[in-house]
Ligand binder design. Structure first.
Ligand code: BGC
Length: 838
């Protein structure tokens, strides 16, 4: 741990900015380029649009990071030596936008006060729509190029708006973009957005569209690098972009009480492809400054592993990196299947013009299994498995067919997740195809699968009862060095009251259950941290674990002081960027020191995934792990990997993809990066089916078991099995009528019995109802703290006195046994022990 006593930029900050600037272009997706990018001999730039000066580095809420400074687009271009010719327009727009935003939040604040609500909670994630305005597109001198930066922001607590000013362009934006496209030969539309915007009205008219995304601190400098050809974009979309009414989820999204996931497994491209709907920009799509030729070597099947080598040639004139994507179409047997599903991908190293590389890809046969609900089995249906290789979901070629003679079970499960009253959507249309597909299918080499090579997994499912440990004497927090005591002995010596206290995060006994100031910043040891485990057994030597948010970096208070009795006190709020939060800076008394903890804002989750580079994701995890070590944070409340079921989800920017493989691989890579630092842990969140922000604490996600397993649980499964994050955060929402943290089948049977999760599970903040965020409209009761113990959700966060009381009351009433309390505490303490060794 380090203490920074001066405000000077530290070496680690510079180094992390360097890593960011170098990596950021990998996350940018070039959607269109009629040959104008990279820009040639440009000096003067006419810069317009909502993101030009008011650039968005990442969305709002707990995922925001309090940075010292970040580079806006305007600043990035100027730092690169370019002259901005539209300073007047930028400042006129800035004034207008500020007024509009102030009015918007002013009204919300007044309403909240009138309704007696906490303004920060009432305004959470609410975004003013981009306004219409009448500003002439002035430029103080002729420019070589026009760049229009269109920005959108969103955040935790509210969903996005389907209409103009959010998902759609405003009349003003359409007018200005079309006018600039007509006026300038060189014109670039830059999208500083966290998710889809429907640019159809201008897409044909503009010569180049670059999805800049929201890249954290180096957003503006990385953009300058890419526009000027110092670097090149090599990202690909991780979600399908299309008009919002074409998504399978749009009809059933964002309901207050229950949202029915009727589209089943047909989420994102699985739907667009199966229904043969042409998206605006397909999943996996992205251009570069060069072109690549892909040639697959013969596919090999080694035991249960499918192996491919793909030759990639840079056949263009500039350097670049290509992403090789492998999709599989499963046999249409007794159950419907999507047209294709991503099974593997890999990114090449940088290839100079004319250079060649071979990438190797691999996937297991069991990864192709389909869930047969009637039998609770993962099964490989008999028939042909078509392997497709390409560089986007809509640009692939058939390279081989695997043939399986008989249906083969890969896992026998038991039913989980509850039931719905509907059957899932089944596409009844001819799926997408392309001219050469039929011939390719005919000519593809066929590889026989030996069913004997496929293992069938069976699972030992736990029961809710837990045996009580034999009574033991009281021991101090074990050092495990004396060889006499174990963790179990420690737990056996604790009273029920103490065990209940371990099951709840740290709070002070006088704390008000609904004190909103502790939301997301309940930590007392590290300023601005989100929470910590209990201090109640400090006297026995039990260490505390400190948790801070992500996922776009570490969210801490940048400045703090320490009182004479050693208490930290934030001088700036860790929520300073949030509407309704108190952003004032407290003054320090003469005898108090000031400490600084400026953390690095990395790209938003979606942008990280858009790099399709898991090594880069791991490097970002590593960077965060290093800052955790510097600032004494043990657990990072990230990565967030919920499925982007709809572009309307206000938190999609924190998440990776509409595809579970992309989500799982990124969460695993980030976890590996963080956990490569001894004693540091990730929290994969929000487990599971938290795909909307509307009434997020009490909305019921209604999902059938097949999509639950194949889409929504899948990414978590990959992360747990391949990276073993030390902790997981359950979600606020209910799943088929029961809050996820109260579901034994999810928290224990799936997470631990099926996947072998070894860490502890915590709730999301205040899910037990300390704070009602639904405005009193929630149909469903909050999560039960006692029910969590029984279900296997170990820790209630951030914790209130009411949580401990509820657990003890349930214990007295016989609804929670001492054995369950002990098992619960053991799971938490194993992680406490593992992390506190360093
Ligand atoms: C968010 C979590 C976050 C937690 C702590 C909640 O409101 O949903 O993602 O980790 O707050 O700040």
């Amino acid at each position: 741990m380090m203490r920074f006593t001066t405000n000077a930029v530290a070496d680690f900050e510079r180094e992390h900015q360097r890593i960011l600037r170098q990596g950021s272009p990998e996350s940018m997706v070039l959607l269109k380029n009629d040959g104008i990018l990279p820009l040639q001999s440009v000096q003067k730039v006419a810069l317009y649009g909502s993101g030009a000066r008011e650039t968005i580095k990442g969305g709002t809420g707990s995922g925001d990071v309090n940075v010292r400074h970040f580079v806006t687009v305007e600043e990035g271009l100027e730092n690169a030596g370019l002259t901005i010719t539209t300073k007047q327009w930028l400042s006129d727009y800035g004034k207008l936008k500020k007024q509009d935003t102030d009015d918007y939040y002013g009204k919300l604040q007044a309403q909240a006060e009138k309704d007696g609500l906490n303004p920060m909670l009432a305004m959470m994630g609410k975004m003013p729509l981009e306004p219409d305005y009448d500003l002439k597109l002035t430029s103080d001198q002729p420019a070589d190029v026009a760049v229009y930066v269109l920005a959108r922001n969103s955040g935790e607590g509210s969903d996005r708006h389907p209409g103009a000013g959010d998902l759609q362009l405003t009349t003003t934006e359409k007018r200005d973009i079309l006018a600039l496209a007509a006026q300038y030969q060189q014109f670039v539309l830059v999208l500083n957005v966290g998710g889809m915007v429907d640019i159809a009205p201008v897409a044909d008219a503009v010569p180049a569209v670059l999805l800049l995304s929201q890249l954290g601190m180096e957003t503006g400098s990385a953009l300058a690098d890419v526009l000027l050809g110092e670097s090149y974009p090599s990202g690909k979309l991780t979600a399908t972009w299309a008009p919002i009414d074409r998504y399978s989820s749009t009809a059933n999204f964002g309901n207050m009480d229950s949202t029915e996931y009727k589209e089943g497994v047909y989420v994102g491209y699985r739907y667009f492809d199966s229904m043969n709907i042409t998206p605006a920009y397909p999943f996996g799509f992205g251009l570069g400054y060069t072109n690549f030729k892909l040639a697959a070597q013969p596919v090999e099947l080694n035991h249960d592993q499918v192996q491919l080598a793909v030759d990639v040639d840079n056949v263009g004139k500039l350097a670049g990196k290509e992403v090789v994507q492998v999709y599989v179409s499963k046999p249409h047997g007794t159950v419907d299947v999507p047209y294709q599903e991503l099974v593997a991908y890999a990114k090449t190293p940088e290839l100079a013009a004319g250079e060649h590389a071979q990438v190797k890809l691999q996937f297991a046969l069991k990864d192709l299994a389909v869930y047969f609900t009637s039998k609770a089995q993962m099964m490989l249906p008999a028939g042909d498995y078509v392997i497709r290789v390409g560089n986007s979901s809509r640009n692939t070629h058939v390279v081989a067919k695997l043939h399986l003679d008989q249906a083969t079970v890969t896992a026998q499960y038991q039913h989980v997740g509850g039931e719905t009253h509907f059957t899932d959507f089944v596409p009844a249309t001819q799926a997408y195809s392309y001219a050469a597909e039929a011939t390719e299918l005919e000519q593809a080499p066929v590889i026989e699968i030996d069913p004997a090579a496929i293992e069938t997994v069976s699972v030992q499912y736990s029961k809710q009862d837990q045996p009580e440990l034999p009574a033991g004497e009281r021991v101090d927090w074990p050092t495990f060095t004396d060889g006499k005591h174990s963790l179990t002995d420690f737990v056996a010596g604790l009273s029920n009251a103490e065990l209940a206290r371990i099951a709840v995060g740290h709070y002070v006994d006088t704390q008000d259950a609904d004190d909103p100031n502790v939301i997301g910043s309940a930590g007392t040891t590290v300023a601005g941290s989100a929470g910590e485990t209990t201090h109640v057994l400090d006297s026995l030597g039990l260490p505390t674990l400190i948790m801070a948010d992500g996922p776009a970096g570490l969210r801490l208070s940048p400045k703090y002081t320490e009182t004479a009795d050693g208490q930290v006190q934030s001088l700036t709020s860790s929520f300073a960027g949030m509407a309704g939060a108190d952003a004032t800076e407290a003054t320090v008394k003469a005898d108090q020191p000031t400490f600084y903890q400026y953390c690095t804002a990395i790209p938003i989750g979606t942008a990280i995934a858009q790099s399709w580079n898991v090594d880069l994701a791991q490097a970002y995890g590593d960077l965060v792990g290093e800052e955790m070590a510097l600032f004494n944070v043990d657990i990072w409340l990230a990565p967030a990997l919920n499925i982007q079921r709809s572009p309307l989800d206000g938190r999609d920017f924190e998440y990776y993809s509409e595809d579970p493989l992309v989500a799982g691989l990124n969460a695993a890579a980030i976890t590996r990066g963080v956990q490569s630092h001894p004693g540091k842990a990730t929290t994969i969140k929000h487990f599971v089916a938290n795909n909307q922000e509307t009434n997020r604490q009490a909305s019921n996600s209604v999902i059938n078991e097949r999509p639950l397993r194949e889409i929504y649980l899948k990414g978590f499964e990959i992360a747990v099995k391949t990276a073993q994050p030390h902790t997981i955060m359950s979600s606020y929402n209910l799943l088929n009528g029961v809050h996820v943290p109260n579901r034994f089948d999810i928290m224990t049977n799936v997470l631990r019995d099926e996947w072998g999760f070894k860490g502890f599970a915590m709730t999301d903040w205040f899910t037990t109802g300390g704070v009602d965020m639904s405005g009193g409209q929630a149909k469903y009761a909050p999560t039960s703290a006692a029910g969590e113990i029984v279900a296997g959700n170990d820790l209630t966060m951030p914790g209130t006195p009411a949580d401990t009381k509820a657990i003890l009351a349930a214990c007295k009433a016989g609804r929670v046994s001492r054995g369950q309390l002990q098992a619960n505490a053991l799971r938490i303490l194993k992680v406490v022990y593992a992390l506190s060794q360093y």
